[in-house]
Unconditional design. Structure first.
Lengths: 373, 272
């Protein structure tokens, strides 16, 4: 694939071209002390020069000092909120003299473009694609948002301490198809992006940008910064061999570890909300005060709630032990049997956004240690 | 997927809090065919949907028959419906009983409480001589004599099926009860069951199925000849909402009927 150079000063041209092509552009922006995903209208909406320090139960922003646009790691938001809406109406029902009518609520799906998608996040979207689009039943609402989606991936060069994509084989280098893939390079006084198209739609956008051919030295610099990110994670404390994790967890449904983690876990569901692949949902049925008009809404749900597993006679998973076990073994083990891949992409969101600082990689390590004792 | 509106064509109270509805499709349409063991999602206006097994005959192909126990908001709302009222239906969903594998075999139908409902379509098929079973035995346990489901039909069934019934308790209200009192594993234990050429279908509370499976295995029945119907929370019934996960299985699309041989390791885990 031929790579081109887009000067950082021309980044806004890309943003305007995407808008002109009829897309609603979503990307990183600064809000409430975090880098979140929201509408991007110009380059000034991007979190320029900001990065994040992340640890267990901790997320803080600080200035980088080099003016990078994409110099941060995964924040509290994931892209799933734009594809599988956190809340949406499904149908409405009316009761009158002629009987009952049920009418599907079809909302127009915007033609979305995501800018700044990391490799781990491309994997997360691909995982949700398998969940929602490849089973015997399709999630039509997801499908209509997903189909027109334009993906502008940006290689990760700034992993947080909580990141472990190298352990899950999902990054940091973009390897899945994207319409455009960029790498941000700070090269002395120069600041530019290497950019290449992965699809015809991407090519069409590239043609409208002020590009120059990328030289070998510039490509090597970009590659080096991705390589550096990979090394940072591989040498970090959260690096582990995930190749036998499914079997490990299948062997350890009765590990004493589940009681230990349950002592700390608040069953608050934060990890499932922050996770870019957690896909569970529930429905709410309501009527208005007259009782003649009913609605059904779908909303995100979490396996950490008591209602989630409720059947006649009570919740199947009545305690935190069984709920944490369900979440972790689903994510890392049963997911393989259901959808032919792990459900974890190593983005570390569940670690940073756990209010009590539970670290999935540590819990995994402890299961392994306890098994060997 | 929105529900289709069906009209309640018949309503029968089985016993306190448990009733059976026959639902007809709108204006002469024939509802989609089902297999015994499958279920529908029934929608009570404004209160929610519940998964309920098919409990009618395949020959009654103008309607769906469902036996429902009042448990929560949705089922209580459905209970208040009468003949002529409408109800929302999505389905049929799931995988049913493996009726294509029973030719020449003895079929053991083992049910507890409301667990007889998803097995009644099987019984109807066998009564009509379909699927070529060699012999059929029903082991049925209920809490009390007055909670025996479909009891009025048992006399007719007895022409073709050996029926063993037991109740957990028979108090002064049930003084007329001359039958067996105790758990269903006792008569199952006492029965002569050949380990070859027998297939068992179980539906009931998990604890009851657990003990019955234990008994069957002790009698030499292979794990591959034992089938059970599982219950889990369901919202979508299409494998998308995640609620009914049971190990790697989605009960709504991989079940609710499973072969014990394929789910043994999951079945033996508590709070899964």
């Amino acid at each position: 694939m031929q790579k081109f150079l887009l000067q950082a000063d021309d980044l806004d041209v890309l943003i305007q071209v995407i808008a002109r092509e009829g897309h609603r552009l979503i990307g990183p922006t600064l809000r409430d002390g975090a880098i979140v995903y929201d509408d991007i209208h110009s380059v000034s909406d991007l979190p320029r020069d900001w990065t994040d320090d992340q640890e267990k139960g901790r997320y803080r922003l600080r200035k980088r000092g080099d003016g990078a646009y994409f110099g941060y790691a995964a924040g509290p938001h994931s892209w799933k909120q734009f594809l599988q809406l956190p809340r949406r109406p499904v149908w409405r029902a009316e009761r009158d003299a002629n009987g009952v009518q049920i009418i599907a609520i079809e909302e127009m799906a915007p033609r979305l473009a995501f800018m700044g998608v990391r490799s781990c996040e491309l994997h997360a979207i691909a995982i949700q694609d398998r969940v929602f689009l490849e089973g015997p039943f399709r999630n039509d609402d997801y499908d209509k948002r997903r189909q027109p989606l334009l993906l502008i991936a940006v290689n990760c060069t700034a992993p947080a301490a909580t990141c472990f994509c190298t352990s899950m084989n999902t990054g940091p280098e973009v390897t899945l198809p994207a319409d455009l893939t960029m790498t941000e390079v700070m090269d002395g006084d120069a600041h530019y992006f290497l950019i290449d198209a992965g699809t015809g739609r991407g090519e069409h956008i590239l043609k409208q940008l002020p590009l120059t051919p990328a030289q070998a030295r510039q490509q090597a610099l970009a590659q080096k910064s991705i390589q550096h990110a990979a090394e940072q994670m591989e040498q970090g404390p959260r690096s582990f061999d995930s190749s036998d994790v499914k079997d490990l967890l299948y062997r350890n449904y009765e590990s004493p570890e589940w009681e230990l983690v349950a002592d700390r876990c608040l069953s608050c569901a934060n990890c499932t909300m922050a996770c870019p692949t957690c896909f569970c949902s529930t429905v709410e049925d309501t009527t208005d005060l007259t009782g003649e008009n009913a609605e059904r809404w779908e909303r995100w749900d979490s396996c950490f709630t008591a209602d989630f597993s409720y059947i006649t006679g009570g919740a199947v998973r009545a305690d935190t032990r069984s709920r944490y076990r369900q979440w972790m073994t689903h994510k890392l083990a049963t997911w393989h049997d259901q959808f032919d891949s792990s459900g974890c992409v190593g983005c570390g969101r569940c670690i940073a956004w756990c209010p009590v600082g539970i670290d999935l990689t540590e819990e995994l390590l402890r299961i392994r240690e306890m098994e060997n004792q | 997927m929105i529900p289709t509106l069906f009209r309640i064509d018949e309503r029968n109270d089985e016993f306190e809090g448990t009733f059976t509805l026959r639902l007809c499709a709108p204006t002469g349409n024939r509802p989609a065919a089902f297999s015994p063991g499958q279920f529908n999602m029934l929608y009570a206006f404004g209160t929610g949907e519940v998964p309920i097994s098919m409990s009618g005959s395949l020959d009654d192909d103008d309607a769906y028959v469902h036996t429902i126990r009042c448990q929560g908001l949705a089922t209580r709302t459905i209970e208040r419906l009468n003949k002529g009222d409408v109800i929302g239906v999505r389905g049929p969903f799931g995988r049913g009983w493996p009726l294509d594998t029973i030719a020449g075999k003895e079929v053991l139908i083992i049910a507890g409480g409301l667990g007889l409902a998803p097995l009644r379509p099987v019984i109807y098929q066998l009564l009509n001589g379909h699927h070529g079973a060699r012999r059929v035995r029903l082991f049925y346990g209920a809490r009390r004599p007055r909670e025996l489901l479909y009891y009025r039909e048992f006399e007719r069934w007895a022409d073709a099926i050996d029926i063993t019934v037991t109740v957990d308790h028979a108090d002064h209200v049930d003084r007329a009860w001359k039958g067996r009192v105790g758990v269903i594993t006792e008569p199952l234990e006492a029965a002569r069951i050949s380990s070859a050429g027998t297939i068992a279908f179980l539906c009931g509370p998990e604890v009851m199925m657990r003990f019955c499976i234990h008994t069957l295995l002790k009698k030499g029945l292979p794990e591959s000849a034992i089938y059970l119907s599982m219950e889990r929370n369901m919202k979508c019934a299409t494998g998308l909402c995640g609620h009914c996960q049971w190990g790697p299985n989605f009960v709504c699309k991989d079940g609710p009927v499973f072969c014990y041989g394929s789910v043994r390791s999951w079945f033996n885990l508590r709070a899964l």
